[in-house]
Design a protein around this ligand. Structure first.
Ligand SMILES: Nc1nc2c(ncn2[C@@H]2O[C@H](COP(=O)(O)OP(=O)(O)OP(=O)(O)O)[C@@H](O)[C@H]2O)c(=O)[nH]1
Ligand SMILES: [Mg+2]
Length: 391
């Protein structure tokens, strides 16, 4: 599957940059393309120049809101982010039109952090414009949810997340939910390492996008997972996960793992990888709640067998009994087996619900505080009325 990837704001831009890097990797290691165009859109010029893999010209690193923000961001006011995106959406559409092999694109993926200003406000607006302009292609959004400490220290965080989620869900064909906090659960050193987190966020997409683009017969499995399978699966609230299992080294070249015991152990390895993918989902949710799911197994072709695929299917069926499950095998990996999972059409996402309820209760508080500030400022002004002015 080939995507046009558009990152908005700092977070979105950096993750889109990661997709551009993955595309370079797919091209040099596998001779295939998975991204037809990668773009970063921001009100902050410095953030744009910090990217590495997205092309450097103004049509790929798109500065919006020039005069309004002076190239310095919108300071977490996502209403302003939305307003600027509305005024400059044509810049993004024009840039997409310059994509050389645009006709090969299967879908769009727009990415942003929910808690900031530019990305949070720009995501729903640009999604809406792209959707209106390209009616025949699915438009997916990926929303990165803030770290817990950000929610605790700043009310805007929750408010921005809630408004971004609601508006994006209303216009996108699907919304991938990615919770920053999940990525530091196991390794707290990651909290300072956004680059590493971004690599982990993009990782599950790599195999899923590559599988359907393979042209060489030896890399095409028994069941090819293609763009059609993905588009049939990805609808509404969506999460994804990725897990690996190291395979033992072969003792001598050409060794086959045919005997019964070894075959059992391959299945075991497969289940371990699937288990890791499910416990590391991009957002904590109940898999039983999903109505559509997909898994892809990648391993060296000699490790792949029908039992393995079937066992993994049974495993997923058990934890997501109501889902239509699609699958694929991809005989490409070396030295390891990995499993990528997508759970989609989730109907009861607790984290999203919590943002909605918390922000609803915040609105009167925020209004009251704003009114109080106004009164206090007025009071100061009043007490100064007998002080001479120098102006
Ligand atoms: N995973 C990840 N999250 C990030 C990254 N950069 C920022 N974030 C998160 O995104 C949210 C802030 O959004 P930003 O992208 O910085 O804000 P912005 O869209 O540039 O908006 P303004 O700077 O307010 O104009 C916070 O929750 C951050 O934790 C990143 O590179 N990776
Ligand atoms: Mg910014």
């Amino acid at each position: 599957m080939k995507l046009v990837v558009i990152g908005l704001g700092q977070c979105g831009g950096r993750i889109a940059d990661e997709f551009a890097r993955l595309n370079n990797k797919a091209r040099s290691n596998r001779g295939i393309e998975i991204v037809t165009g990668a773009f970063a859109v921001n009100t902050d010029a410095a953030d744009l120049s910090g990217l590495t893999s997205i092309r450097r010209d103004y049509q790929h690193r798109i500065l919006i809101g020039g005069r309004k923000t002076g190239g310095h961001g919108v300071g977490k006011i996502n209403e302003l982010g939305a307003e600027i995106a509305r005024a400059d959406a044509d810049k993004v559409i024009d840039a997409i039109r310059t994509t050389k092999r645009f006709y090969e694109t299967d879908a769009f993926l727009l990415i942003a952090g929910a808690a900031g200003g530019t990305g949070s406000g720009g995501l729903p607006v640009v999604t809406q414009h792209v959707k209106a302009r390209y009616v025949d292609k699915p438009v997916y959004a990926a929303v990165v949810l803030p770290f817990e400490h950000e929610e605790q220290t700043e009310e805007r965080t929750t408010y921005n997340a809630a408004t971004c989620l609601k508006s994006t869900y209303a216009v996108a064909d699907a919304v991938f939910l990615i919770d920053n906090q999940r990525y530091i659960r196991k390794d707290s050193s990651l909290s300072n390492n956004l680059t590493k987190i971004n690599a982990l966020i993009a990782e599950p997409f790599y195999g899923i996008l590559c599988a359907g683009e393979e042209k060489k017969p030896k890399y095409i499995g028994a069941k090819l997972l293609d763009a059609g399978d993905i588009m049939q699966t990805v609808v509404g609230w969506t999460v994804l996960g990725y897990g690996t299992s190291q395979l033992p080294l072969l003792r001598f070249p050409g060794e086959r793992t045919r005997d019964f015991r070894k075959k059992g152990s391959e299945t075991q390895k497969g289940i371990m990888a699937m288990d890791a993918a499910i416990s590391e989902l991009s957002l904590n949710c109940d898999p039983a709640d999903s109505r559509r799911a997909l898994y892809l197994v990648s391993a060296p072709s000699r490790e792949m067998n029908v039992d393995l695929i079937k066992e993994l299917g049974d495993y997923l069926r058990n934890i997501a009994p109501q889902a239509i499950i699609r699958n694929g095998d991809y005989p490409r990996q070396r030295g390891m087996l990995d499993v990528s999972v997508i759970l989609s059409e989730l109907s009861n996402v607790e984290k999203v619900r919590n943002y909605y309820t918390t922000s609803t209760s915040l609105i009167p508080k925020m209004k009251k505080r704003a009114a109080e500030t106004k009164v206090k400022l007025k009071e100061i002004e009043d007490t100064s009325k007998d002080v001479p002015s120098l102006l």
